[in-house]
Design a protein around this ligand. Structure first.
Ligand SMILES: Nc1ncnc2c1ncn2[C@@H]1O[C@H](COP(=O)(O)OP(=O)(O)OP(=O)(O)O)[C@@H](O)[C@H]1O
Ligand SMILES: [Mg+2]
Length: 1065
């Protein structure tokens, strides 16, 4: 058993007891008196909640607190104080603080690099210069090749979309398109015409189908139906008229093409239903899908393994599947094809779960154009976006792309509304995350619930770093496919002192000598760069990209600065103008502010990348890096699992993540960024290590990947407790027997023999139920007391339901209840401070360490009303003053004091809406302030939903709706509609607004070609993705309105005359 397993065992090992009897559980004094459960009322409340949520749409949906913008380091910046790296950091810091020394160094840099000692080594500017010259052509070619990959069809081709989309196109486009695109269209027509034997539009058939399915239509009398129809027709024709008024006509060819596509989909649908061996034009999908992959992704042909995997019998039979391939192996494409089959041919919704908000947004941007072209919705469930329950679509199916937390909430709401079987497929990327902390526990419970409640939902999981697959297979009842394929060879190296070794599994100690790093460093350079980072980086930059993984955020910044100080001026010239643009844009998006470090490093093509950046900055830097304008990122390990930013060379500055030694899976993920398909021909990784770490590193490179273990029980309040509450709340399992049975089917259940030693799963189940009952979240059923204890059943109390609906971490639910109750006694509404305090996330407050001087200064500037808030919370100026002057003070509630401090930060931010000035005022990194804001917005919506379930808190509801909106966007109101579009952040929204694109409709109708000419620093790919996302959102909204119209006009099935006539019949 490896260490991980042992660690887990230790945690869950508890004093052995006799099997507790259910009587003892149920006899436990309950706090349920607080809110006695009332089943009947619950039913009604459910309806109200559903209704009100629908109305509120995007802004205030229940958001799982802490939604995936996870930073592996948290606030941890100071890497082991007495470690070697810390000493280097100190040295770097000292060095930067001595101006003379710095000047001397920069003189030296230029001298050293341009002439003198370095001329003799491989780092010399001559070498670099030659290298630059030599490679420029190749690089340009590479760039243009790269461009080819992403260049999408000519505008006319792009606009060749379903007629439903045609309304968006500008007249200007239309005329030129029709002329220019004729041949292509004809070609497509010819190539697909043989497949059309039916003139009827498939939409009609869908509508027809729906009518048949619609239970109301069966009971309606013909006169009522006609009346309803005519009203509906009238509305429809009015709406169509309006729409047509905006866009006169659309081309017949486009209509024909849409017809063809629908026909192809129909054929594919039949083929897939008949489960014949003939997979049709493209894996049971219309040929258009293949064309789109060529157009949008440059993928011409599937890799062999992809073909094999897609044609596996088990896949054809829709069995659950886990597949595992090295990083960059092309796993996503297989999942995407299966998702498209489900959406287009089987016509069921799909949920794709991804680990981080940024990746969700990247995927939304990438797949929106597929949705627009192929006629399905792509819906975002991340951050504060997503609707619960999701809107029931009439025709088109939905692809929900969600973070782990939102995926769980989505599944809960589908189960609650009895719609879980509408979910045909759940895809989980980075499946190994099931073994990682509370997020792993949430993923596990989501999948367990899907498995338990919907036998027809297929589950597919993928990962590059799985070891104990059998356990996962057992849990998911899945088939397994694996291959070692990697399209671009990855060479792994280790660097010890001056020597570079290649990782070689055949060699005795796992490595063979490769070369000596022949660089002659000046004394200063040696002191500043003992790891030869400059030498290693300049072997590839600026023509190829390089990622340098550093153990801490501070270290990233230091390394970026250090490298730039020793780069020659030649580097400044490489894509100079574009780098200048990047700086200009960074300033634009940050109201004229710019981090001084980035200001110094970007001209050299270098930047740091970690969670201290705002999301706007991150996005801009990432774009500059992926287009080659920036060539080197110093980054934390967060980037390894983040967005797709490949590099020719990946350097690991040390085998540590913060203080922890690197895990094999982390190492694999980091080095996996090197050499991405279609971009690099080779990839290489270099892990820099000190002699003292050698043994551990040799083990690291040779041992198998870590096993992953369930965290469901270990994560007590966020794991098993939350699960039980939802099982009972959703009525998935309400008696002891069923709950235990459910637990046996979880990943934890599969691993219970490994994870549990002294306690049984039965004991744990009983204890958890007792805990929830004692907390007043559950109550035993008293009616029909069964004789068998195993049949005892539970129901959720109002407090339990509120916690479950608000997705409140159960560790805090009673504190939240207490705080809100106290607030009712005297909520100060003269300022927002008191309300903000109530929605400041507890977990962030518990990790906060206030700067007492700043706290005191802020406190003394409070208005009397604001001081009143502090006084009500029991925090006095006197106390803060004493703390600031370092005096000992009597015990106070640290949680309240810290929480109030963070409330000050948020309060100032809402007033000033400028992250930079707040960051300066409170001496906190801007990225941290932004995540505090995001966390508060999420938590505010959680508190809102908590209050919605508890009548006594009705007064908070209206207040929290507004506060959530304020916290979610924290921008001027006019930018909000634009920021609803995936990927449009504040900076971009401002640019668009100033250029006249003021609403979602403006953006959805925008011509990407015009956008790139008017908006600074916007690539063609970005522009097209942005417009596609806007179109998608606009369509979603329009569809939702239409749905509402139909709902409104539909005659209720229990309408007296209908009920009577159906009875007669
Ligand atoms: N058949 C193909 N032909 C050409 N390029 C492909 C093909 N399949 C995938 N790719 C490209 O390969 C790159 C890597 O693919 P993908 O992101 O799916 O890798 P992955 O296996 O998910 O890796 P990771 O584990 O790092 O997430 C992408 O840029 C993708 O477009
Ligand atoms: Mg992947």
């Amino acid at each position: 058993m490896d260490e991980g397993g042992a660690r887990i065992r230790r945690r869950v090992r508890v004093r052995k007891r006799n099997r507790p009897s259910l009587g003892s559980v149920l006899a436990a004094p309950t706090a349920a008196e607080l809110e006695p459960g009332d089943e009947e009322e619950e039913g009604e409340e459910k309806e109200t909640v559903v209704g009100s949520r629908r109305e509120k749409a995007v802004e205030v949906e229940p958001a799982q607190n802490n939604d995936s913008e996870e930073d592996m380091f948290g606030d941890y910046d100071s890497f082991a104080e007495n470690s070697f790296l810390a000493q280097v950091d100190d040295l770097e810091q000292q060095y930067m603080q001595i101006p003379q020394l710095r000047k001397h160094a920069s003189d030296l840099t230029i001298e050293d690099l341009c002439s003198g000692s370095i001329k003799h080594n491989k780092l010399s500017i001559t070498t670099v210069g030659n290298f630059t010259e030599l490679k420029v052509d190749e690089h340009t070619k590479n760039q243009s090749r790269h461009k080819d990959v992403f260049i999408e069809p000519e505008p006319d081709l792009l606009y060749d979309v379903p007629s439903s989309q045609v309304l968006y196109f500008e007249n200007l486009q239309k005329s030129s398109n029709e002329l220019g695109d004729q041949s292509t269209k004809e070609k497509d027509w010819n190539s697909s015409s043989h497949k059309t034997g039916n003139e009827e539009l498939p939409q009609n058939s869908t509508e027809h189908h729906q009518q048949i399915d619609d239970p109301c239509s069966k009971v309606g009398t013909s006169s009522e139906e006609n009346r309803r129809k005519s009203l509906k027709e009238h509305l429809k024709s009015a709406m169509t008229g309006n729409a047509k008024a905006q866009t006169p006509v659309f081309s017949r060819t486009k209509q024909l093409k849409e017809t063809l596509l629908s026909e192809e989909i129909n054929v594919a649908k039949k083929a897939i239903e008949s489960s014949s061996d003939d997979l049709g034009p493209f894996y049971s999908l219309p040929s258009k899908v293949r064309d789109l992959y060529v157009q949008f992704k440059g993928i011409e042909k599937l890799y062999e393994w992809q073909h094999t995997c897609l044609t596996l019998n088990s896949v054809q039979e829709r069995k659950n599947l886990i597949y595992s391939l090295p990083t960059s192996g092309g796993k996503t494409l297989v999942a995407e094809i299966l998702m498209l089959q489900e959406l287009l041919c089987r016509r069921r919704d799909v949920l794709m779960i991804l680990p981080y908000v940024a990746i969700v947004q990247e995927k939304i941007s990438g797949l929106s154009s597929f949705g627009v072209e192929l006629g399905f919705f792509v819906e975002e469930y991340a951050g504060s976006k997503g609707k619960f329950p999701p809107i029931k679509r009439r025709g088109k199916k939905s692809l929900y792309i969600a973070t782990i937390e939102k995926g769980n909430s989505l599944v809960n709401s589908l189960i609650e509304t009895g719609r879980i079987s509408s979910l045909g497929l759940v895809v989980v990327d980075e499946l190994h995350m099931i073994g990682e902390g509370s997020r792993g526990a949430i993923l596990e419970m989501t999948l367990a619930k899907v498995l338990y409640t919907s036998k027809t939902t297929q589950i597919i999981g993928m990962s590059a770093t799985l070891n104990n697959v059998e356990d996962l297979q057992k849990f998911l009842q899945a088939e397994y496919y694996t291959s070692q394929f990697r399209p671009v060879e990855l060479k792994e190296y280790l660097k010890i002192n001056d020597a570079i070794y290649e990782v070689d599994s055949k060699a005795e100690n796992g490595m063979t000598f490769s070369r000596l790093l022949n660089c002659q460093y000046s004394n200063t350079l040696k002191k500043m760069d003992p790891d030869h980072l400059v030498a290693l980086a300049t072997e590839v930059i600026p023509n190829y990209s390089c990622l340098v993984f550093c153990p801490t955020k501070k270290n990233c910044e230091n390394v970026a600065e250090m490298i730039c100080r020793f780069l020659s001026k030649q580097y400044l010239k490489h894509r100079e103008k574009e780098k200048h643009e990047v700086i200009k844009n960074l300033k634009n998006i940050s109201s004229g502010n710019l981090c001084p470090i980035l200001n110094r490093t970007i001209p050299f093509g270098v930047a740091y990348h970690h969670s201290g950046l705002t999301s706007d900055e991150r996005k801009l830097l990432e774009e500059a890096y992926s287009t080659g304008v920036l060539c080197l990122f110093t980054c934390t390990s967060t980037l390894a699992a983040g967005v797709n930013l490949p590099a020719r060379r990946v350097i690991l500055r040390a085998p540590y993540v913060a203080k922890e030694f690197l895990r094999r899976s982390q190492y694999k993920q980091m080095i996996g960024r090197a050499g991405r398909a279609g971009i690099d021909s080779i990839g290489e990784s270099i892990l820099i290590l000190q002699e003292k770490d050698k043994q551990q590193v040799l083990e690291l490179i040779s041992r198998p990947l870590e096993n992953c273990y369930s965290h469901l029980v270990q994560e007590f309040t966020k794991g098993i407790q939350t699960l039980f509450l939802s099982l009972i709340g959703l009525k998935i399992a309400t008696n002891l027997d069923d709950i235990y049975h459910f637990m046996c089917g979880t990943f934890f259940g599969v691993q219970q023999k490994i994870l549990l030693q002294e306690k049984s799963l039965w004991d744990i189940t009983i204890e958890s139920l007792r805990y929830l009952t004692e907390k007043g979240l559950l109550q035993k059923d008293t009616i029909d007391k069964p004789k068998e204890e195993i049949q005892y059943s539970f129901h959720i109390t109002k407090l339990g339901r509120a916690s479950f609906k608000g997705t409140i971490d159960l560790a805090y639910c009673d504190i939240l209840y207490r705080d809100l109750k106290k607030g009712l006694e005297g909520l100060v509404l003269e300022s927002l401070l008191h309300l903000i305090y109530l929605t400041t996330p507890y977990d962030m407050a518990s990790h906060c360490d206030p700067d007492w001087m700043i706290y005191f200064r802020q406190f003394s500037q409070l208005s009397p009303a604001e001081q009143n808030v502090a006084a009500r919370l029991g925090v006095s100026e006197n106390f803060i003053g004493k703390k600031a002057s370092g005096q000992p003070i009597k015990k106070v509630d640290k949680d309240i004091v810290n929480r109030l401090y963070l409330s000050f930060v948020l309060y100032t931010l809402l007033k000033e809406t400028n992250i930079w000035s707040v960051s300066e005022k409170f001496n906190m990194p801007r990225g941290y302030i932004q995540s505090l804001l995001t966390g508060a917005a999420s938590f505010s919506s959680c508190v809102l939903h908590f209050c919605e379930e508890l009548e006594e808190f009705w007064v908070y509801r209206a207040l929290l709706v507004e506060l959530t909106k304020k916290l979610t966007y924290c921008v001027k109101a006019e930018l909000i509609p634009l920021m609803e579009v995936t990927g449009v952040l504040e900076g971009r929204a401002k640019q668009l607004y100033n250029a006249g694109y003021k609403s979602l409709t403006h953006l959805a109708n925008a011509n990407p070609e015009v956008l790139i000419r008017t908006i600074d620093h916007l690539s063609r790919r970005q522009a097209k993705q942005m417009v596609s996302s806007a179109k998608m959102l606009l369509h979603e909204k329009a569809e939702a309105l239409q749905e509402e119209v139909e709902e409104l006009l539909r005659l209720p099935s229990d309408f007296p005359s209908i009920a009577a006539s159906s009875e007669k019949a």
